[in-house]
Design a protein around this ligand. Sequence first.
Ligand SMILES: Cc1cc2nc3c(=O)[nH]c(=O)nc-3n(C[C@H](O)[C@H](O)[C@H](O)COP(=O)(O)OP(=O)(O)OC[C@H]3O[C@@H](n4cnc5c(N)ncnc54)[C@H](O)[C@@H]3O)c2cc1C
Length: 380
Amino acid sequence: MTDDVLVQSPEIEAAVADASKRAAFALESCRGVGYRDRWRALTGAVAAGGDAEGLGPVTREVAALEGVGRAGAGAGLTYALTSQRFGVQAPLRSILTPGQWRALGDVEGGAALLCHALTEEGGGSDPLSMATRAEPLDDGGYVLTGRKAYVTAAPVADTALVFARTSEGGHPFVLTPFLVDLSAPGVSRSEPFAKTALVEVPMGALDFDRVRLGPRTLVGREGAGLAVLNATTAWERALLPAYALGPMRRVLDRTVEWARTRRHFGRRMGESHLVAARVADMALALMRSRRLVYAMAARLDAGESPAAVGVEAALTKISVAEDHQAFTRWAAMLGGVRSFVEESGLTADLATPMAASVYAGPDDLLRVSVARGLGLPVEN
Ligand SMILES: Cc1cc2nc3c(=O)[nH]c(=O)nc-3n(C[C@H](O)[C@H](O)[C@H](O)COP(=O)(O)OP(=O)(O)OC[C@H]3O[C@@H](n4cnc5c(N)ncnc54)[C@H](O)[C@@H]3O)c2cc1C
């Protein structure tokens, strides 16, 4: 496909292409190695972007992550990099004390890995119902007990941001966030869950059996759980959809090539107006998704806080998820049976875009918040 159809800006396209080259090299050099090594190589490829001219730091990073996806890193790995960067590191960087941030190790270089442990087996969208609890000690520390589940990167991470109940009831200050060293006594982790979406990144459970937490593991102050959660989810909703842009472009390019060359009914498939319209709809879905994600990045680069763009971030997350779902459905139809056969080169991953309507706040709950913000008397 000619590159000029979907140009965001020449600077962004140059940054995406540049990152894509670095990521392709990194992927080639780490064939057959384990998750952590691939993670580190790709983190290096994203970080090596330097200062792409005329772009703010958030936009530059979104472009780099789009480039990683375009290089073929796989949706799961690209999602993991994006979620680590924008869903955990960026909010924590502004919340932690310098000493706490340093103690995490080289997270930006990919040598240390974080995870975000909120959800429990009983559910994720109602955090105030969580059972994991932290009991205060006289020395300012806590004892943590409970189980978190469905946590991205839990089987491989070094440190978890864990949300626990520190008081009873359902008021907004019952939850407190902690930084938990996952090699500490009393912490155990599950084997990776066999999952169907975003398969390249492991997901699992964390068990805390009377884990002793020092005073410096507290993030913010006691009761800051919902405030910290609002920060991590605002960043995630605004920018996590960036992970989808590279994989969508690869699917669009290969679908165009397929429709141009595949022959049936005595003609090339792309001569059908209905096929052409599906391809145009795919381009529209990708264009809209890019516009929305890069608009979020531009606002954050301009100094707006993630909380200030909260409504637009929620709408961006919903829109990209739904466009990605429809886009993948059209690609699957056009690929025919090959969409469901490994090795065909046209496999359609329908589960991954669907998962985006669930994580970082289920889309229907976000719709409720948006409508409430518009003035409807509706509560979750
Ligand atoms: C790929 C992936 C990665 C994830 N990574 C992490 C992670 O790193 N850390 C972590 O803590 N969690 C993670 N999660 C879990 C995620 O945060 C939860 O799935 C999410 O919060 C929803 O919780 P639930 O699945 O228990 O859904 P439930 O709370 O059971 O809700 C199920 C569905 O019910 C509907 N629903 C429920 N209540 C309402 C309502 N009031 N209004 C309208 N509709 C409603 C919605 O459609 C919702 O999707 C991940 C999930 C996925 C899919």
